[in-house]
Design a protein around this ligand. Structure first.
Ligand SMILES: [Fe+2]
Length: 197
């Protein structure tokens, strides 16, 4: 699901200011993630403060999220995990389905990522600058365990837009093109998760 203009210019400015104050870690500093995503440039990730995380989640109280989460049986807990991300020219994220990186989220085991959300806070984005989110559908697996994927959606990171999809689903972020210059693809991304005994 894609919602255009989910965030107003003021809201985008608010979160960009918060991103400016956040403490960022580059992919080169994140050894586990770097192993999962080699040759993915050097994008950066930062934690959202608890107050700003609350502000973000209050706006994300959508019935479709609640209904999907509550559709899973025997939930003993509901969790969220969101971060700031900054992609500059040369940065990308290789194809993955959001399950195999879920070994430990916030130090907890047994959390199932159910809904992935990515939403964009930069001021401007041009089609030439890349950074599109590609969503894939899994066709019948080929012999030899090779996963056969076909792209179903190519989603431009339009300022203020919000993308949601259910997990697992294969996806990747196209490399940000050098024509982006100093422009950064600024997002908040993460998951709504359930915990089961
Ligand atoms: Fe992902």
């Amino acid at each position: 699901m894609v919602v255009e203009d989910f965030w107003s210019p003021d809201e985008r400015r608010f979160f960009r200011e918060r991103m400016n104050r956040a403490s960022w870690k580059s992919l080169s500093d994140l050894s586990n993630v770097r192993e999962d995503f080699p040759n993915s440039g050097n994008w950066a990730k930062a934690e959202i403060s608890p107050e700003d995380g609350q502000r973000f989640l209050l706006r994300l109280q959508l019935a479709c999220i609640r209904d999907h989460i509550e559709s899973f049986p025997n939930i003993i807990g509901r969790h969220v995990g969101f971060n700031y991300y900054s992609y500059s020219a040369g940065d990308c994220l290789l194809t993955h389905d959001d399950t195999d990186q879920g070994r430990l989220v916030e130090g907890r085991r047994g959390l199932q990522r159910r809904i992935a959300v990515v939403t964009y806070f930069h001021e401007e984005w041009q089609p030439d600058w890349g950074g599109e989110l590609i969503i894939y559908e899994r066709r019948a697996d080929r012999a030899g365990g090779h996963i056969d994927l076909t792209p179903t959606h190519c989603i431009e990171p339009r300022p203020g837009s919000l993308v949601m999809f259910t997990v697992p689903r294969f996806h990747r972020v196209c490399r940000v093109d050098p024509t982006a210059g100093q422009h950064r693809r600024l997002s908040i991304a993460g998951w709504f998760m359930t915990e089961h005994a």
